[in-house]
Design a protein around this ligand. Structure first.
Ligand SMILES: [Zn+2]
Length: 352
């Protein structure tokens, strides 16, 4: 079968591979819509170490083609959303951890691209179909369901991690799709003021549509000072970091008031060095809680996020800025994601 991926670092193209084999608990899924993600670009450029002959992609909805003999909840022909994180629920590591994401080591539940071929292929393998897949019921747009598998799940997780309460003042750093979903989730959680940080014009408009009260930019001066000015000198209760580099993270600590939380769902690079000045952290005793966590996995979470779409609590399709059609348009969509044009938020590729 054909798939799009990396021969080696910085070297992407079509790969020819054997069709994956379905285990007794597993499923083989034929993707119908996929979304390239900045994490795929990160991996292709060597951000998670050397990888070879690997099909990329971890965001897909599709049709179940085959299930293993012990699979009960899914059958061939079902339309499903596939979480980007698919834990091995039999692992004791997964049973131990709060977010199910890490298994025996960091990101151990991120199977696609992490340890096996991804979803940008004619078909792909899903471990443990029953706990890891989610049905897409009639009435839910498949492309909306596609936004739950990573963008909504991760963005909402930033807000869960920050434990945003009613009336709190929130800053979301980064207005890529994860940041936009964090803004929407903060609004759903009942935040009062939501200050978004970002520069891309189209994303700034969508940030306001999802509930941002103000959108600020690092181009207009130090971020922490701008937040202080907008919060009458007090700072934010909660800051969700969904973008930016080490400097933006240091700003996040400065702009958080005591008893506040800085919640990180942003990938930093192995070469990054985050410098925290003691004064910004109350000389180390400022009661500022720094948390960071990876997208939780599993089908139940994705099913709940799809429920939110079904009951019109959120429309994640506002983020879809580009729609491609046909299997052969995957490279074009991937390149768009890599080059990041100013109007880009999230591309999707319809495969049939
Ligand atoms: Zn992703």
């Amino acid at each position: 079968m054909r798939g799009y991926g990396m021969y080696s670092i910085d070297n992407v193209g079509w790969l020819e591979k054997d069709k994956p084999v379905c285990g007794p608990l597993d499923a083989i899924v034929r993707p119908t819509i996929i979304a390239p993600c900045s994490s795929d670009i990160h991996v292709a450029h060597g951000g998670s170490g050397p990888k070879e002959n690997l099909i990329l992609g971890h965001e897909a909805v599709g049709i179940v083609e085959e299930v293993g003999q012990y699979v009960r909840r899914f059958k061939p022909g079902d339309l499903v959303a596939v979480p980007c994180v698919t834990p091995n629920w039999l692992s004791r590591g997964v049973q131990n951890f709060r977010s199910f994401s890490h298994d025996r080591g960091p990101f151990g539940s991120f199977k696609f691209v992490g340890e096996k071929d991804g979803v940008m292929a004619e078909c792909f393998h899903v471990n443990q179909a029953d706990p890891n897949l989610a049905h897409i019921r009639p009435g839910v747009e498949p492309e909306a369901a596609l936004m739950t598998v990573d963008m909504m799940s991760t963005g909402f997780h930033g807000v869960e991690l920050a434990d945003i309460g009613i009336g709190e003042k929130v800053v979301v750093i980064g207005i890529g799709p994860i940041g936009l979903m964090a803004i929407a989730a903060a609004a759903l959680r009942g935040a009062s003021q939501i200050i978004a940080v970002g520069t891309r014009p189209r994303a700034r408009e969508v940030a306001v549509e999802y509930g941002a009260s103000e959108v600020i930019s690092y181009r207009d001066g130090p971020l922490d000072q701008q937040v202080m000015d907008l919060t009458r000198g007090k700072g934010a209760h909660k800051v969700v970091v969904a973008g930016g580099g080490p400097e933006a993270f240091a700003d996040a600590i400065r702009m958080t008031r005591p008893n506040g939380v800085i919640s990180n769902v942003n990938f930093f690079d192995v070469k990054d060095n985050i410098a925290i000045r003691p004064l910004d952290w109350g000389l180390g005793m400022g009661d500022k809680d720094i948390r960071g966590s990876f997208c939780p996995g599993g089908g139940k979470r994705i099913q709940r996020l799809i429920n939110m779409i079904e009951y019109k609590r959120i429309d994640p399709t506002k983020m879809i800025s580009h729609r491609f059609h046909g299997f052969d348009s995957i490279p074009e969509a991937f390149e768009l994601m890599d080059k990041k044009s100013p109007d880009l938020i999230k591309p999707v590729v319809y495969l049939d």
